[in-house]
Design a protein around this ligand. Structure first.
Ligand SMILES: *[C@@H]1O[C@H](CO)[C@@H](O)[C@H](O)[C@H]1NC(C)=O
Ligand SMILES: *[C@@H]1O[C@H](CO)[C@@H](O)[C@H](O)[C@H]1NC(C)=O
Ligand SMILES: *[C@@H]1O[C@H](CO)[C@@H](O)[C@H](O)[C@H]1NC(C)=O
Length: 292
């Protein structure tokens, strides 16, 4: 519908070059040549720990969520507040690893979640997606042994920390809702259209485009019957900070094969057509099941 601008995200390039400058001093040359292309890629996820040691930590994500190994719990319901508020601006960006959606709201109107496993308000920061090479595989978490083609991560930061960047320094910094999607035979499923309609504008790495602002509640998953799994884990991308309270609803949302192929047609930095991290060990962590 509209495309306001289309430019390189220069600040990300600068950050990337800075990271490479720091790393090139201390990493083996085989890894270094790889990091000249990208600080990480999905072709060799086992090497992430060489550059980002936390990726070898004991509380990593994603994990297999399984009904046989969960603890039932009763707490206050998870609440979604402000997800119907109209943003004033929205931006879609391809950062070379995923497509990321951010928004701006008038003062006090930024959506947030609270309740459930959360001991404070967690303010909406961004949404991004993980997908795979085909329509059966690509979500990061699995549920009862099932795989899904797409997972949407709604990233929220604990309100007192003020930003995602600052929240990354605290073990309770982020709450990420991971919405699983499954392919439906219906030809028209509009849930993801406000994002997928604009993917052609950000098909190249390090591009960004303003898009028509829309209420986040359109995207699905929100207000869904609140049965979800929750556990303590990490970012699923380097630097893999172990700062995430994960919330994964047990119901998958519909997407079409066309929407998946639109995501797959994005050019990522390392030319893979997928960006999902493999399952990580549970290492004795508890997974809690919330049903309200
Ligand atoms: C992946 O990374 C590991 C650890 O650095 C290395 O041993 C291995 O050779 C790499 N494999 C490929 C295919 O690059
Ligand atoms: C989908 O991709 C996964 C990962 O490469 C692979 O294991 C699986 O066999 C593929 N499924 C189909 C139906 O092609
Ligand atoms: C969807 O369509 C495919 C191909 O026509 C068919 O094999 C499959 O059974 C259908 N699934 C459902 C749930 O209708």
């Amino acid at each position: 519908m509209l495309i306001i601008h289309f430019k390189r995200i220069t600040s990300e390039w600068i950050l990337l070059l800075f990271i490479q400058a720091v790393l090139s001093a201390e990493i083996p040359s085989s890894v270094k040549s790889q990091s000249m292309v990208s600080p990480y890629n999905y072709e060799n996820v086992s090497a992430w720990g060489n550059l980002f040691p936390t990726c070898m930590g004991q509380q990593q994500s994603p994990i297999a969520l399984n009904k046989d190994t969960i603890f039932y719990t009763e707490r206050t319901p998870l609440r979604w507040i402000g997800y119907d508020n109209q943003p004033t601006e929205m931006t879609l960006g391809n950062n070379g690893h995923t497509v990321k959606l951010i928004g701006k709201w008038k003062n006090g109107n930024v959506p947030y979640i609270s309740g459930g496993p959360l001991l404070d308000d967690y303010v909406f920061g961004q949404i991004h997606f993980h997908w795979g090479p085909n329509d059966t595989y690509g979500a990061e978490h699995t549920m009862h042994g099932f795989t899904f083609p797409l997972e949407m991560h709604m990233v929220h930061y604990k309100r007192p920390y003020g930003s995602i960047g600052n929240a990354l320094k605290h073990v309770d910094g982020l709450a990420v809702v991971g919405i699983l999607f499954t392919i439906t035979n219906q030809t028209v499923v509009t849930t993801l259209d406000p994002v997928t309609d604009y993917l052609t504008y950000v098909s190249k790495p390090h591009t960004v485009s303003n898009i028509a602002p829309f209420r986040l509640s359109i995207l699905g998953g929100i207000y869904s019957p609140m049965a979800f799994m929750s556990y303590s884990g990490s970012l699923t991308t380097p630097p893999c900070n172990e700062v995430v309270i994960w919330i994964v609803p047990i119901y998958a949302w519909p997407a079409t094969s066309k929407q998946l192929s639109q995501l797959r047609s994005l050019q990522l930095q390392t030319h893979t057509r997928y960006n999902n991290r493999p399952l990580q060990p549970l290492n004795g962590r508890h997974v809690y099941f919330y049903k309200t």
